[in-house]
Design a protein around this ligand. Sequence first.
Ligand SMILES: [Zn+2]
Length: 304
Amino acid sequence: MELSIRNIAAWLLSNYFMLTGKINPVKKLAKNGEILLSVYFHNPSKKLFEGCVKWFLNNGFTIISTEDLHSIIKNNKPLPACAVVFTVDDGWKENKDNIVAVAEAYKIPVTIFVTTSPVETGDAYWWTTIQKAYDKKLTNQSVGALKLVPNEVRIQELERIKQISSNNRDALTVEEIKTISQSAYVKIGSHTVTHPILTMCSDEKSYLEIFESKKTLEKWIDKPIEFFAYPNGNYTEREINNLKSNGFQMAFTTKPEYVTLNSFKSPFEIPRFDVLENVSFAENIIRMTGVWFAQKGTKNNKEA
Ligand SMILES: [Zn+2]
């Protein structure tokens, strides 16, 4: 945990929530099959990911696959008791040791949503390039600011920065994607080609980001790509229609809510709770169980 006033306050608050039994009603709802938990990671340490796996297993949960979730929704089956689904966004190079190795050791399923261009080119993710440049004062545009501008404007600034700064690989390689896709515990999904904010893209660009990522991943792993996660959680009806017309079956948002029978109506808007890398484990328990988002005064600290 990064020792900041915010994190220490959140740690105290999370311990208070746990001590006052705020997780118990969540466990009860999950046990009754009224809710299913859905959590997502980006680039957790092995200690954090393994800690989350152990926490759910020790608390009587079963980690189910995205295929299981899809089959439940498609066939209108009841939600299984005490179930949680694990997804991972972006395709960070550390995922191989910190997530895939743990998933195999504990025999638990994970779905990794891969952004294909950084895998193929070896370029850093755009937001790490911008963040580094911003810290070095090579740009006055923050990552947050560039998420709010038209896609072409963001690309223009990114290309300028790439000319004047170093650029190290963040993502897994094509070979590594092929290898991990062979694991019985790993499913690969799409997270676009370049991780743009889809809602800031033209119609054509938004379509191609979805279409080409699916085509590329299917070529690499020789398996159908059926599931998708929206970069930064941004989407509109246009993206849902593009996913449907490209044969996708289900998509994940970053809306911090429980999966309920209501979610069956919108398989392209499956909610998820985020696990953060720089906060206390107590806070992550409170986040993963949705208690964080149900309590007044706490707000979502959303990552890419
Ligand atoms: Zn992402």
